[in-house]
Design a binder for this molecule. Structure first.
Ligand code: MRU
Length: 351
């Protein structure tokens, strides 16, 4: 199967810092920023300089290395160093609560910390090597997801996506947009409809940007328009990413995904979730256990820094919702497409 090479590299470990695309300035600026301390990495994740479940996983792994480099200057014993670094690792995970990939990647670094018996320098080298390994694996995993997903994309399909599950939400290829890239490499007649994705407009600001950069046809629509186009027969398939998937297949993704899934079900349009196995949290039985991030009210009351509503209105701003497994046609992973019954297919893929 032909593969598409994306030009985008979202996050990369350099010699002693983490280089990432600053996603807060899109679409006006496309700049890289070097993150040099653990606390700056915490803030970069929290303020969404880096965002998207797999990308913040890698950011978390890099954050552990940055804290390690700082602690190295403190003349601690090896045991004290490990103890402090484990504390910092647990802290960085608290920067955003919903995407399990952050926890998953930091746990991988914690395993290295716990198992290392040599010295501080060796431990830091091992953490750097592992960070790099996770980065490169993410691209390979995404390409596999893309290839499996491409098999279920109808010829000439219009694929609707919500939020950004693309190269800019991962290290460099994308999950839902990885499916789009792989499908497009084999069938350049496919196209994408991108939901705007209020409040942070990841669809408008990020998905359209990366697809235009890669020359893949994309049409921007606002969030309320999806059922209109589904009824007109203009959407053939929905493909979205996920931040955490429970053992029964319930999938948390950007707020508004659930609405799209209901509309797709009503119109008999296949609704796929594309995600690496690291997004599946088998420790939770259903989506009810997923912690939903509550974000700043300013994201709702303003657009581009300008207030769009009356003073004194009440605001609620959950960052994610959970799509019940009954609405999901398949979960596209690097090990193939999981189908209902998800309790069984998920358990089997982790055997
Ligand atoms: O708040 P964000 O921008 O980090 O939310 C991103 C999403 O919801 C993505 O769809 C999800 O993380 C999957 S990314 C491959």
């Amino acid at each position: 199967m032909a593969q598409f090479e994306s030009k985008i590299r979202t996050i990369e470990w350099m010699d002693d810092c983490s280089r990432m695309v600053d996603q807060t300035k899109f679409p006006y600026e496309f700049n890289y920023i070097d993150i040099k301390t653990g606390d700056d990495m915490f803030d970069a994740i929290k303020t969404m300089i880096v965002r998207g479940a797999p990308a913040i996983g890698i950011a978390g792994a890099h954050g552990v290395v940055l804290y390690a480099q700082e602690l190295q200057k403190k003349n601690l014993s090896f045991d004290e160093f490990k103890k402090e670094l484990l504390k910092k690792s647990d802290y960085i995970v608290t920067s955003r609560p919903t995407a399990v990939n952050l926890y998953w990647a930091v746990e991988k670094q914690k395993d290295i910390i716990k198992n290392c018996t040599s010295d501080i320098e060796t431990l830091i080298d091992e953490l750097k090597i592992n960070g790099k390994k996770l980065e490169l694996e993410d691209i390979e995993i995404n390409k596999k997801i893309g290839d499996y997903g491409a098999m279920v994309v109808p010829k000439g399909a219009t694929i609707l996506t919500h939020c950004n599950a693309g190269a800019l939400a991962t290290v460099g290829y994308g999950t839902a947009l990885g499916v789009v890239r792989s499908a497009y490499a084999n069938d350049p007649t496919i196209q994408v409809f991108a939901d705007e994705t209020r409040p942070r407009q990841q669809g408008a600001r990020i998905t359209t940007l990366e697809l235009v950069m890669d020359g893949i046809p994309v049409t921007l629509i606002t969030d309320g328009m999806c059922s209109y186009f589904m009824k007109k027969g203009m959407i053939d398939m929905v493909c979205v990413g996920a931040d955490r998937i429970a053992a029964n297949g319930d999938a948390a993704n950007k707020i508004g995904t659930y609405t799209v899934a209901i509309a797709a079900k009503y119109h008999n349009i296949p609704f796929y979730v594309a995600a690496p196995l690291s997004t599946i949290d088998t420790s939770i039985k259903t989506g009810d256990e997923i912690v939903i991030e509550e974000r700043s009210h300013d994201e709702v009351t303003t657009i581009n820094g300008k207030r769009i509503c009356a003073d004194g209105v009440n605001i609620i701003n959950p960052g994610f919702d959970v799509t019940p497994h009954e609405l999901i046609t398949g979960i596209i992973t690097e090990k193939g497409i999981l189908k209902p019954d998800y309790k069984e297919s998920i358990a089997k893929v982790f055997e």
